[in-house]
Each structure stands twice: as structure tokens, then as C-alpha cells.
Design a protein around this ligand. Structure first.
Ligand code: UDP
Ligand code: MN
Length: 354
């Protein structure tokens, strides 16, 4: 090798080595963030401390193992429901009756031994809805699975004793009363966040947060599982998004501009993996408090904040209005089954203020 060539090679090495080193550092940096983004969610509670939510639980969600012995109807990609849309533009399933096989789904999730927490608030006179809610939940909500219902109430004595199947249980969480329904409704996010941090983390897999003034009429089960789950509000799904009752004042953190919005989601039912619902509750609560400091209360309290959140953080599964109908509303033909529905109530009778 000539001296000139040798010089060239050592110069090339001198350039290539640092470049390789830099690429290596960049790779490990990107991989770390990619891995955290997928598997772990850094959560910073309001007190500034940092807690890492357990992420091993997502295994059953990534890996769906079916039984070799189960026989079921052949699925088709050319035949199916044509009267409804069953997937969002971001490719999340929209769950309607006739789009899934309940036995197949249950057979996938049962061996995983998943557990589902449900929160329900019954403050003031709303305790009168508890009995029907709890009894019908026993009949229809994740039957055959581990379910832990948390009832938040200021009247623990009025919580109806319901016979629950084995593997299912109920815990009463005492909370203060309030003389403003808006405050009761809004405080739910904070209490859900605290419950996840203090009681559920590492013990439960999924959580659903439900309105108490409602009853189950049909199956609500494993088909509803997803990382972040929202229910489409029965009142607006045929309307143009300009008519959705989003918060329209730009000063509010719940603001949604007139030409924005996917669906109008219910504040009365949402859920998903613990870490996702924790992030949702934390964000909505923080935004609610930021608004309150400016003297703003969003049009529909936490429902407005939830809708703003879901616009940016797209739900990975969307439940059709079958999953929260309203008893006063005649059933539309595309709704083949009503699974959960809000009862008719006299607001003047049950709310502490009008
Ligand atoms: N809530 C309550 N006590 C009240 C008002 C509200 O416990 O005085 C809780 C209850 O769980 C209820 C939820 O907040 O289901 C939302 O309020 P509501 O059902 O009245 O709202 P709507 O469904 O009519 O919009
Ligand atoms: Mn309600």
C-alpha cells in the first residue's frame, strides 16, 4: 500500500468512526423512545412525582390466542352489515351487533384471566338508580369474567346489596356530597385517576366508567375491550359535526373548532386499559381545573373535555350507540339491540340544583 493510500484510509476511518458512533447513539435514543411509547406510559401526577404504570398487562391485548377446538361460523370479507359503518377513518373497529362473534371473543379472553373494574357514581338522590344498575350489570356486563365494581357515594347505607356471581365483587368508596350536580359530574375524573393510582394499578387490566342512571338490557362483554374505548352518543350520530354540542369557546381547553370533530362521544360511558384511562382522566381533570381558574365551565363538563381528548387521542375501539342508548328515544333501525340505556328521569326531582 502506498503512503498516499494509507493516509487516505486512516482519514476515511477518522471520518467514518465518529459518524458510526453518532449513528449508534441516535439509534439507541430512538429505540428507547419508541419502546417507551409502545410499552410504557410515563405518568406525572399533579404532585409532580413520577410513576410508571405497569405495562406487562398489555400482553393479552397484543396476542390473541384462540382455542383449537372451538367451531364457529366462517367469517367473510364480502358479506356483513351494509347499513352501518364498522370502522373509523383511523381504522378502529366500530362495534355493532352482527360484526363480531361473542363466543369466539370470550374463548380468546377467558384463558387470559382478565379483570375489569367498573366505576359508578351515586351521589345524593342518585343512589336510587343503583339497584337496577347493579342487578342488570350482573346479568349482562362481562358475565363469566372477573369484575370489580366501585360505587362512589356519599350515602353508603343506601347501596343495595346485590348477589354477585363468584369472581365478581363490589366496593363502596365514600365521597363527599355536593350541592351542584356539575361539580359531582366533574369530580369523577379526579376520583377515577386516584382510584387507578391507589387501588387498581397492577391489580386490574381494564376499566369502564359508567353513569348510574342507566340499565343493562343486553350483552356488554369482551367485544368492548380496547386500549382506549369511547361510546358514540345516541343523540347526534346522524348529525353534521357543526351541530355537535362541543365546547365552542376558544378560551376553554375543551374547545373544538366548527369544522373539527369525528363523532360526539358519551360522557356516561368510556373505558380501556388502566394506563390509557388514567391518562384521559388526568388530562381532563387538569384541563377542567385550568378552565375553572379562568372562570370557565365547559358546556357539558367532563363530557366536553372527554370529547376534546378523544379528538386528539383517537379511541382504538369505538362502541356504537347500542352501548348507551336513551330510554326516551325511539330505537333507530340500525340499532338492532340496546345493550345499555339511560333511564328517563326527572331532573328537578333528583339533582341538588337546576
Ligand atoms: N351524579 C350523581 N349525583 C348527582 C348528579 C350526577 O351521582 O346529583 C352522577 C351519576 O353517576 C350520573 C352522572 O353523575 O349518572 C352524570 O349525571 P347525569 O346522569 O344526571 O347526566 P346526564 O346523563 O343526564 O347527562
Ligand atoms: Mn346519565
Amino acid at each position: 500500500m502506498s503512503f498516499k493510500m494509507h493516509l487516505l484510509t486512516s482519514r476515511t476511518v477518522a471520518v467514518i468512526l465518529p459518524v458510526l458512533l453518532l449513528l449508534g447513539m441516535l439509534y439507541s435514543y430512538i429505540w428507547r423512545h419508541y419502546r417507551d411509547g409502545i410499552f410504557g406510559q410515563e405518568v406525572r401526577p399533579a404532585d409532580g412525582s413520577s410513576s410508571r404504570v405497569d405495562f406487562t398487562i398489555v400482553n393479552h391485548w397484543f396476542h390473541l390466542v384462540a382455542s383449537d377446538y372451538l367451531e364457529y361460523q366462517q367469517p367473510s370479507i364480502v358479506q356483513g352489515r351494509t347499513d352501518v359503518v364498522t370502522v373509523t377513518p383511523w381504522l378502529a373497529p366500530i362495534v355493532w351487533e352482527g360484526t363480531y362473534n361473542p363466543e369466539l371473543l370470550d374463548s380468546i379472553y377467558r384463558p387470559q384471566n382478565i379483570s375489569i373494574a367498573a366505576t359508578v357514581f351515586a351521589v345524593g338522590k342518585y343512589t336510587k338508580f343503583l339497584r337496577d344498575f347493579l342487578e342488570t350489570a350482573e346479568q349482562h356486563f362481562f358475565v363469566g369474567f372477573k369484575v370489580h365494581v366501585y360505587v362512589f357515594t356519599d350515602r353508603p347505607k343506601e347501596v343495595h346489596q346485590v348477589k354477585m356471581a363468584s369472581g365478581r365483587q363490589l366496593t363502596v368508596v365514600p365521597v363527599p356530597g355536593s350541592n351542584r350536580w356539575q361539580e359531582i359530574s366533574a369530580r369523577r375524573m379526579e376520583l377515577i385517576q386516584t382510584l387507578i393510582e391507589e387501588k387498581l394499578q397492577n391489580h386490574m387490566d381494564y376499566i369502564f366508567c359508567l353513569d348510574v342512571d342507566s340499565k343493562f338490557h343486553g350483552r356488554w362483554g369482551t367485544e368492548s375491550l380496547g386500549a382506549l374505548v369511547a361510546v358514540i352518543h345516541p343523540g347526534y350520530y346522524r348529525d353534521d359535526r357543526s351541530k355537535f354540542p362541543y365546547e365552542r369557546r376558544p378560551e376553554s381547553t375543551a374547545y373544538v373548532a366548527p369544522r373539527k370533530g369525528d363523532f360526539y362521544y358519551c360522557g356516561g360511558a368510556f373505558g380501556g386499559l388502566l394506563q390509557e384511562v388514567h391518562r384521559l382522566a388526568n388530562t381532563c381533570r387538569t384541563n377542567f381545573e385550568a378552565d375553572a381558574k379562568k372562570g370557565i365551565e365547559a358546556a357539558w363538563q367532563e363530557e366536553s373535555h372527554l370529547n376534546r381528548y378523544m379528538l386528539i387521542n383517537k379511541p382504538t375501539k369505538v362502541l356504537s350507540p347500542e352501548y348507551l342508548w336513551q330510554d326516551f328515544k325511539p330505537r333507530n333501525p340500525e340499532v338492532r339491540i340496546i345493550r345499555f340505556s339511560g333511564v328517563i328521569k326527572n331532573y328537578a326531582d333528583i339533582r341538588p340544583n337546576v
